[in-house]
Design a protein around this ligand. Structure first.
Ligand SMILES: C[S@@+](CC[C@H](N)C(=O)[O-])C[C@H]1O[C@@H](n2cnc3c(N)ncnc32)[C@H](O)[C@@H]1O
Length: 190
């Protein structure tokens, strides 16, 4: 069935697939593995010659992601690490094609363990020098978990990114109640 642009998680996958499908040696990062759905998608797209590095601050998320990929990924092309994405730079070996953040908390788990504006921004900032010319960062952000504190800080940060170097795209659903997730995409302006 056709993907719905209005479902941000589906839109992210649609956009990434459209941009990177069929390319070789893809290098993907998932900065918030959670249940592993995005990591599995990236692993499938990366194929046998590509690689996905997944990070999550929680052991439970790392376990869920490893189990999902063990069961469903066709490729042994992933590394799943428990760490704060603030330190993602430590794990970057090659230039990045796409990096994915799906912010907030792990569903069906402790809602107090949640992404934080300052560490998220430090993490995003640390990836910028590693983007390939065609590289992008996809950030799905929510208003609901902290009354918008994190998303507004991220928005402020992205609004100030050097316009000569980067394009920042913002997608939101304008006709829905209950603050649906919003998507920011950073790409090189080359
Ligand atoms: C909405 S979930 C991610 C969903 C996931 N992408 C998926 O496809 O299932 C957000 C995740 O961010 C993780 N997280 C929160 N703060 C973090 C941090 N500083 N560094 C890395 N992961 C973090 C949480 O543990 C949680 O698993």
């Amino acid at each position: 069935m056709d993907k719905k642009y209005g479902k941000i998680a589906e839109l992210v996958h649609f956009l990434i697939k459209g941009s990177y499908e069929g390319k070789e040696n893809l290098n993907f990062l998932d900065l918030t593995c959670g249940n592993g759905n995005d990591t599995l998608f990236l692993s499938s797209l990366a194929g046998p010659k590509g690689h996905v590095t997944g990070l999550d601050i929680q052991e439970e998320a790392v376990e869920r992601t490893k189990n999902l990929l063990k069961e469903k990924s066709k490729y042994n092309n992933y590394t799943i690490i428990r760490d704060n994405h603030e330190f993602a730079e430590k794990y970057i070996r090659n230039k990045i094609d796409a990096a994915v953040y799906n912010l907030g908390y792990l569903p069906n788990s402790d809602k107090n363990i949640v992404t934080q504006a300052q560490t998220t921004i430090r993490s995003i900032n640390s990836l910028l020098p590693y983007l390939k010319d065609s590289g992008r960062i996809y950030i799905t952000a929510y208003i609901t978990h902290d009354k918008g504190y994190e998303i507004y800080k991220i928005s402020d940060f992205l609004n100030c990114l050097d316009k000569r170097l980067f394009n920042v795209i913002h997608i939101n659903l304008v006709n829905k109640d209950n603050n649906p997730p919003e998507l920011y995409i950073i790409e090189q302006n080359l």
